[in-house]
Design a protein around this ligand. Structure first.
Ligand code: NAD
Length: 493
């Protein structure tokens, strides 16, 4: 297999322009990610960051904010001061065209000062309603007119249905070509999610059994223990289906069931992912009823019900939990039920994948029940893999018992795992879009989702249908029943 490795010079030259530089995402994720890239030598002398937002901050104040966001990651004061000296603040209202002139002047100045070769990376850490305006002015005011590359990084949510996603894409693609647009799905930056392809496509013993002849079902769980916290306003208009299924869960499913790509390069991987999304069965309203369930948390374990949370209507019908069965009709996986589940205020925070294999029909141990053979991919917490097998029970009996072969990362290994945002930003600097979502993937994922959303919106459930699960549980009973109908059960409980 042809492997595309980036063996060119490690240090990258670029100017980062962070729109929304005072915001939560920038402070919690982006500055720490940039600092890690700096510590690991990907960013050294030839980089600069312009943070922009409406607030009138000074460079000094901005640098203090950046420093406090990486507090705790710092091993030497000189390093942090030297790192922060590359940051510049520009007060800017993204709707105001004149501000792009000031921004361009600063960008050009920093380009010359740090010798950045005209490479620019625009991180839109703001509400998506600004994406079109920013893209337009970046082009019309000449910011993105340089000798180097000009790449845009976009955060979720990318639309709230197919139509709005398409309108957003149409707007951005007027100014930036698809290869320069990097749509972040931070799950794709996680080490164990990237491990799915390594496991599937570099082990003959796994690739030989990764098909509908051998796999009984696939289970993907993204459970959160937190509630909506400060995001109530947004969450109540989105719900778990849009917030988690359309992006993170469908991306994970695609990696689990796509056909083998010709190589580990963006074009080949993307082709197989798009084929998978095309093969994802879009449900009729009746099929939605049969294959998808939803929930909303009620109080429990000293935690309030969803409807009692800040900014949530007392009769809100927004789902905080979804479980569903997906079908992907490609050659290898047709007929394999793919169960997915996500929710807030569940018993534990975890991301976990279980591949359940069919039982050995020819067992020589008579009527005795065999344990399922399961390959588990623990994404978080405790990243690692486990495989359960049947082995002989020790002693004189001719009986079997379940044995689990388990591999977890050691503390030292776990400490070396890059944060998702760090990996993804480095990918953008390398121009490698293998871990980003292409518009064609989004298009099909929204069409799949819209069918469910529409069926649910038209169903008109009574207000007292919710809440239907308590805080601190693994979701409503209907989620267990969904699998029980097929004679299956949630392995992770
Ligand atoms: P935030 O509200 O904390 O920050 C928004 C930023 O935009 C602020 O810096 C604000 O000053 C700036 N801003 C708003 N209007 C402006 C204008 N007219 N001109 C210039 N600046 C303006 O939001 P956030 O949590 O940082 O999220 C940013 C984006 O990232 C959102 O689209 C969000 O959905 C997405 N996102 C955030 C997270 C997260 O962990 N925070 C995770 C995934 C996706």
């Amino acid at each position: 297999m042809k492997v595309v490795l980036n063996l060119v010079k490690k240090e990258k030259k670029a100017l980062f322009v962070i729109f929304g530089g005072t915001g939560d995402l920038a402070q919690r994720k982006l500055y720490p990610a940039l600092f890690n890239l700096y510590k690991r030598g990907y960013l050294k002398k030839h980089f600069a960051v312009i943070g922009t937002a409406r607030r009138p901050w000074t460079n000094d104040y901005y640098r203090d904010v950046v420093k406090s966001s990486i507090d705790g990651m710092v091993d030497s004061q000189t390093k942090i001061n030297e790192f922060a000296s590359h940051f510049y603040y520009q007060s800017h209202n993204v709707n105001d065209v004149e501000h792009y002139e000031t921004l361009k002047a600063l960008a050009d100045k920093l380009d010359a000062k740090y010798e950045l070769a005209g490479n620019r990376l625009y991180y839109l850490a703001m509400s998506p309603r600004f994406f079109g305006t920013i893209s337009k002015y970046l082009k019309s005011e000449g910011l993105a007119d340089t000798d180097g590359y000009n790449r845009v990084i976009i955060e979720k949510p990318f639309g709230r249905d197919y139509q709005s996603a398409k309108e957003l894409d149409d707007e951005i693609s007027k100014y930036f070509s698809e290869e320069d647009v990097f749509r972040i799905d931070h799950y794709l930056g996680k080490e164990m999610i990237q491990n799915i392809m390594a496991l599937r496509f570099s082990n003959s013993i796994l690739s030989a059994i990764w098909n509908n002849k051998m796999i009984s079902n696939i289970q993907v769980t993204l459970s959160e223990s937190l509630g909506v916290e400060e995001r109530g306003g947004y969450y109540d208009t989105a719900g778990a289906l849009r917030d988690m299924v359309q992006n993170h869960i469908l991306q994970i499913v695609a990696l689990l069931v796509m056909d083998r790509p010709a190589s580990y390069c963006a074009k080949d991987v993307r082709q197989k992912k798009v084929e998978t999304f095309k093969a994802l069965k879009v449900y009729s309203p009746e099929e939605v009823k049969a294959n998808f369930v939803r929930g909303q948390y009620g109080e429990g374990k000293d935690m309030p019900a969803y409807r009692e949370e800040n900014l949530i209507e007392p009769d809100s019908m927004t789902e905080t939990f979804v479980a569903g069965k997906l079908e992907v009709n490609n050659k290898e996986m047709a007929g394999v039920p793919i169960y997915i589940r996500t929710g807030k205020r569940m018993a534990t925070k975890a991301t976990r994948i279980d591949i359940v294999f069919k039982q050995d029909k020819g067992s020589i141990y008579g009527e005795q029940a065999l344990a399922d053979n399961i390959l588990t991919i623990n994404v978080e917490p405790d990243p690692g893999i486990a495989l359960s097998l049947n082995t002989k029970k020790i002693g004189q009996e001719y009986a079997t018992k379940k044995t689990e072969l388990k591999n977890s990362l050691t503390k030292e290994q776990a400490a070396r795992v890059p944060e998702a945002y760090e990996s993804l930003i480095l990918n953008v600097l390398q121009g490698n879009s293998v871990n980003f979502t292409h518009w064609d993937e989004l298009k099909y994922s929204w069409k799949f989702l819209d069918a469910i959303r529409k069926a649910w919106d038209e169903e008109g459930l009574p207000v007292d249908y919710f809440p239907n699960y308590s805080c601190g549980t693994m979701g409503p009973q209907i989620s267990d029943e969904l699998l029980a109908k097929d004679g299956n059960y949630w392995i992770f409980n």
